[in-house]
Write a protein that binds this ligand. Structure first.
Ligand SMILES: [Fe+2]
Ligand SMILES: [Fe+2]
Length: 468
């Protein structure tokens, strides 16, 4: 059986010899990359994983024990809509592009490669976490996210191989050559070069950074380039689980801290082995700010071009009531002028990154509200919050300026004085790292986190999610 026979797909792979040839060369490299840069250890263990075997509701979540290198990474697009139209921009209402339009070839390739690059990057960032898992349930969820990011990479590589010819193949090769955090060949976006070396980082990553992924995919899922639209729609079904891991993971950490706080003398939970709220808040600040950067500059001619061309839309563009052309509106944006924050009206098309970032911020607020509800239920007055979207930004209008947590402009020296109250210090990271000792007995869990409400696929928490 050749390698590509192993790939579940709904793209007629068995009849596409050109695509087979491209994949035959790429797949062994992908598997080499997985063994080198995928989860460290555990490659020979059986993991209770879900695999997508078709796009029908009955087929996209098939559960079974599988060794990770044997995972069946598939290529799936949601079913075609032959009548599909371009849903926004200058070509609004014209038939959707089934092939890459020549004039947008570079722009489209860039969009696809930028998205694709984040998929293997996150696997690389998370590769050591298995060794410090708080439970088998969490270990399994980590690996589930990892194999699905591998599948997302494959989904994007399919588009490059199928629609971009030789330069597509070269891009696909380079996706396996860049490395997260490597000074010579880094991943494209900065948040994907940062270390993610504790489970607290991991839960923040899946909460905030995977959620950026949701919004980028949602905007691409509106694309007038049909194959991209259909690919991203299917990826979104998997992305939901990644954010579930982050949101409920942090919720369980918060719950545990709250419980131990009530037992602790003077409310200091460090002694009892929990993660204090001030450290939690700093991790939230840090990962939220890094993830906000992923949306790009507030004022962006690229976003305007992508929109005009019908390549990248707005969040749920299809459901927006009117004005899919977005040529008339403006967005009122806070900008820094001299030593002051002032306001500028930006043509809507140039502010689409900011519009998408706004949707993302609202989504996160919902998550924060749920966490604060847990604190309320536990009878505590502590509350967690999201910092201002201007805080600690390194991309866009606010980069190079200093803001406090509320978004007030401050001086560099004020910022440096207060930064240890807002961002994780080396000591904070040490506190967190010291708690990260592995728990791998079925049904047991580390002290710093509460067990989940339910298991995976209706299995109990003490199910043997990974056979060690
Ligand atoms: Fe992904
Ligand atoms: Fe993801």
């Amino acid at each position: 059986m050749s390698l590509y026979d192993r790939i579940p797909n709904n793209v007629n792979l068995s009849e596409d010899t050109r695509l087979q040839r491209a994949l035959e060369k790429w797949l062994p490299d992908f598997l080499d990359w997985w063994r080198q840069m995928g989860p460290d250890g555990f490659q020979e263990n059986e993991v209770y994983l879900r695999t997508a075997v078709s796009v029908e509701p009955s087929g996209w979540a098939h559960f079974d024990y599988v060794k990770m290198p044997d995972y069946r990474w598939g290529i799936f697009l949601t079913p075609p809509e032959p009548e599909a139209k371009i849903g926004f921009g200058d070509n609004y209402g014209r038939p959707a592009y089934q092939e890459v339009p020549g004039e947008f070839r570079n722009a489209l390739r860039r969009l696809i490669v930028t998205q694709a690059d984040t998929e293997p990057a996150s696997v690389e960032q998370q590769r050591q976490l298995g060794h410090t898992c708080p439970s088998l349930y969490d270990l399994r969820n980590l690996f589930q996210v990892n194999v699905e990011e591998g599948r997302h990479l494959m989904a994007m590589v399919y588009l490059l191989h199928r629609h971009f010819g030789r330069d597509g193949r070269e891009e696909a090769d380079e996706l396996l050559q860049r490395r997260s955090g490597n000074p010579d060949r880094p991943r494209i976006l900065q948040a994907f070069n940062q270390p993610c070396d504790s489970w607290l980082d991991y839960f923040c990553f899946t909460m905030f950074t995977d959620r950026d992924g949701k919004y980028q995919l949602s905007a691409l899922a509106e694309s007038g380039f049909e194959p991209l639209r259909r690919t991203c729609r299917f990826m979104l079904t998997e992305e939901a689980h990644h954010m579930f891991v982050g949101e409920t993971g942090l919720e369980r950490v918060i719950k545990r801290t709250a419980q131990l706080m009530k037992k602790a003398k003077d409310g200091d939970v460090r002694e009892l082995g929990a993660i204090p709220f001030d450290i939690l808040q700093k991790y939230i600040n840090y990962w939220y700010a890094s993830s906000l950067d992923l949306f790009g500059g507030e004022i962006s001619s690229n976003s305007a071009d992508f929109f005009a061309a019908g390549l990248k839309g707005r969040y749920r563009e299809e459901e927006l009531e009117k004005d899919h052309i977005a040529i008339e509106g403006v967005l009122n944006l806070a900008v820094v002028e001299g030593n002051l924050i002032s306001h500028r009206e930006v043509p809507l098309r140039n502010a689409l990154n900011e519009v998408l970032r706004g949707e993302y911020a609202k989504d996160n607020e919902r998550g924060l509200a749920r966490w604060n509800k847990v604190l309320e239920e536990e009878g505590l007055t502590e509350r967690l919050y999201l910092p201002s979207t201007r805080f600690y930004r390194r991309v866009g209008e606010y980069a190079g300026h200093y803001f406090d947590i509320h978004g007030n402009l401050i001086s560099q020296s004020e910022f440096e004085e207060l930064a240890t109250e807002w961002l994780p210090t080396p000591q904070d990271r040490e506190v967190v790292r010291n708690l990260m000792t592995p728990v791998t007995e079925p049904g047991k869990i580390a002290n710093w986190i509460a067990p989940p409400r339910t298991g995976i696929n209706r299995q109990p928490f003490d199910f043997e999610y990974v056979r060690l």
